[in-house]
Design a protein around this ligand. Sequence first.
Ligand SMILES: [Zn+2]
Length: 535
Amino acid sequence: MTVTERKPVGDLLTELSLRCQSCGAPYAGNARGEILTCTYCGTSQRIVDARQFLDHFMAQVNAFVRQAVPPGLDVSRSTTIDPVARLAAFNSSVRPRLSTESDQYRISCFNLLSSSLAVLPFSPIAQLSAGVDPATVSIFAAKVQSVSGLAVDDASRELLNRAGGLASCYQSLLVAVRLSSGAQPERFHLISQNYSTASDAIASTGRWSPLAIRLTGLKEEAQAVDLLLSGRELAESRRLLGAAGRDLGEARSLLSATPELGYMVAAVDQELATVRTVGSMLNIVENSPSVAPHPLHYIQRLAGVLDWLAQAGPSEWAPTFRSAKLREETFRRAAEVRGAQAGRGSVKVILAGTGTLVPFWVVELPYTFETGALWAKRGKEVPEILLVAATFPSDVSSLRGRGTARVLTDIFGPAASGHTLVKYSNKVRGREQKISESGGLIPILQNAALSPIEGQQAIPPLTTEAEALRLVQLYIEGVKLDNPKVAAQLRASSPRILDLVYVPCIIHVSPPIAWLGPLSPATVGDPQVLLGFIS
Ligand SMILES: [Zn+2]
């Protein structure tokens, strides 16, 4: 073994460019005066601070090399010199030091990848995994690079390759997740840069190729959002979304066939739902540019209300409002109703009364009740109809207990069994005996028709069928608790959604649907929240 003069490793590292002290990424040149702006995280900093960070960065890498590499081995020299000594040093000292840290980063990185990482405009990526500083991970990647001169056999090179690629991928993902909750207008462009780097980094390991495809899909999705928000090149945005959908779809099928990574499939499903949500946003921007409020304000309002509900609602509802599926369906229906408002397409409307069009779920509630008087204690199957305001969560008090009765046609409530309505409903539907009173709703609903609503004010639904059914179940539980007589008679119920119809409402007045009389819901939601969708 030739002992050479120990060379400071710093010589190797001074060739590294300056680095961003915020995320650890190298600068790609282009200083403006004394200020550098990072092309990965967008942070601006003084050159002198970046230099200081590079000193810190190099000190850590040098300390690692001093510990891991025996004195006398020059890691910067050709690997053909002293191959035996290099291999021995690598296996005895470098490998154990790097393996442990690399394994930790792989676990953390894959843990991050088990969540959906698709970005939505105006909403941060949920369950942000804070903690690890991307700059720390970039130092590890540099440590890996610093000992590449010791990797003289395939196994060593493979280890370094994998450790470096994983660290670089993880660092970029951390920066992207951090950016998603930030406020920089250019963050979607920066996020796409990071996903692009992460994809290349994971591809460079020669393993986990489904992840490289997934990250490419995420890059395309972020690029599409960037263009959507800028309001230009909408056709290009749509093309990128199409590519994102195809890549994520391919990644999904490859992941589901890879046992090691199969647990990521659910996250990719959410990412695909997010791609479809962005597609609906694009429809809103393209199809209803002249409907008030401005399409981007409208999108921001809808995303903001759903985010707010995940925070403000009862905790048992929070996962619902965070779900990608709720967002997908809500934005799809919002695009539909905005299109109809702009004269493109139509929605189902009950043509009665005047006011702002508010969406309602039409719910069929078959139930049996038992009566001794008329049916000789036989169960009687009765179909009943409920109207549930699809905007109900905006009145947070409707999400539990007796509040549920406020946002639907309270057919079991005291008002409904009032004399006037009983008379009215008997007249409408003959003399069937029921314990609930939905009055003349059935013939009215039969008159609901697809209708163009150009120029009319309308609110989008804030719920899907699942939330409406959940609310009805809570309502029935409340009815049984409050009314033992009904509870004794009521046998079973399995509500079913029949339709979504728009009903003219005066949303800041109670009751909002005057012609429904005592059956009108007390509210269709918080007027403060709902009015934001029409002005
Ligand atoms: Zn940075």
